[in-house]
Design a protein around this ligand. Structure first.
Ligand SMILES: CSC[C@H]1O[C@H](OP(=O)(O)O)[C@H](O)[C@@H]1O
Length: 365
């Protein structure tokens, strides 16, 4: 999407330097910082430290990481080392394994001399496919927003609520939960989005930066305000992304999503999940039992990460007593029964095994 009028993807291959460049989103919204990745560790650090984040973007980064590894040493050993290093970075988003497994199928059957160009082309194709997939999620999600708009009094916006950032900066472009917002806004439908700050890493600040850059009216709120707003009829629909959705429609997403789904159910507010099929894990059914939940560094909670202080310096501040015990599960699982619908690149379906198998008969197995 556009940053100060200039179109960007969240990552791109620098042809002249033959290296991947990323937007280091830790510094957003205060500073726009890019980084060229020059080692296997650079790729792994970028994923673990959330310099790049969001399931589809993590997958795309890993695909380019495999290309980098084959550029350095096109051997089976080097591939398996890269697979192991990247797979160990973050356990929950399934796109990481999805991309690595597909890269393996492309690379390993080839002669060593063919591996780098083939791996690079695979990464390019994956990135391009992500853009089109997310655009189609927007096309299908637009119709849901259009239908809600038709039922609103003239001049009143459709009020959406989103949690975390499932925006263009969490994918290669368009985003998943934000793509329907961009499409509705661009179609002239009046929308307003309640943006959950999303403690502890405050990815809502990224969503605010994105929506503000596109001119979409929005209001930044604390995570605990969503239920109150739904109780008072101020939310027409909730739309979020996901890091891994099971074949039965259980949705794993940023911590706090489950609580939003409970509040939505209690208040009759439709709760939609926007996702590419690459984020469906067809090997699991019960999300609560089978999806590994990443436990991240407690410092993300005891400190506010990269805020701007009174003199404009971007810094980190401690907000808890020294040495406080912290628990930091990064995701939770929303059972399919709390999900109104899944917005995919092929259309909208119920969050059920039957509906997903009918939408993706070629993938369900
Ligand atoms: C389009 S996937 C976005 C998804 O990823 C985020 O997690 P993280 O910021 O830790 O990578 C969050 O769960 C979003 O919904």
């Amino acid at each position: 999407m556009k940053v100060d009028g200039v179109h960007y993807r969240s990552l791109w291959w620098n042809e002249s330097d033959a290296a991947l460049e990323i937007i280091d989103q830790r510094w957003l919204p205060h500073e726009f910082v890019t980084q060229q990745l020059g080692s296997l560790q650079d790729y792994a650090t970028a994923i673990y430290e959330l310099r790049v984040r969001g399931a589809p973007l993590i997958g795309a980064t890993a695909a380019y990481g495999v290309a980098f590894a084959m550029q350095q040493e096109p051997t089976d050993r080097a591939f398996e080392e890269a697979y192991k290093v990247f797979h160990a970075t973050r356990p929950t988003a399934i796109n990481l394994k999805w991309a690595l497994d597909r890269a393996r199928a492309v690379v390993i059957p080839l002669a060593e001399a063919e591996r780098f160009p083939a791996a690079l082309q695979f990464a390019h194709d994956l990135a391009d496919a992500d853009v089109e997939t997310n655009r189609m999620i927007g096309v299908h999600g637009l119709e849901i927003i259009r239908e809600i708009a038709a039922g609103k009094p003239a001049g009143e916006p459709v009020n959406l609520l989103t949690h975390c950032n499932a925006g263009w900066i969490a994918t290669v472009d368009w985003g998943t939960a934000t793509s329907p917002m961009y499409h509705a806004h661009d179609a002239g439908i009046s929308i307003h989005t309640w943006v959950d700050e999303t403690r502890p890493r405050n990815q809502g600040s990224l969503t605010s930066w994105e929506l503000g850059s596109h001119g979409i009216p929005h209001t930044y709120i604390v995570d605990n305000a969503g239920g109150h707003l739904m109780q008072h009829g101020q939310v027409d629909m909730v739309i979020v992304g996901t890091d891994r959705t099971t074949r039965a429609g259980d949705v794993c997403n940023k911590i706090g999503t489950y609580l939003k789904a409970l509040a939505a159910k209690a208040n009759g507010v439709p709760f939609y999940v926007a996702l590419p099929s690459s984020t469906i894990d067809w090997t699991v059914r019960d999300g609560r039992k089978e999806i590994p939940i990443e436990e991240r560094d407690g410092r993300e909670i005891s400190h506010i990460f990269w805020g701007k202080n009174a003199v404009g310096e971007v810094t980190e501040v401690q907000i808890t007593p020294d040495g406080v015990q912290v628990a930091n599960p990064a995701f939770d699982v929303t059972p399919a029964g709390l999900v109104t619908g899944l917005i995919t690149e092929r259309g909208v379906c119920e969050a059920s095994e039957e509906a997903l198998a009918a939408m993706f008969p070629d993938l369900a197995g």
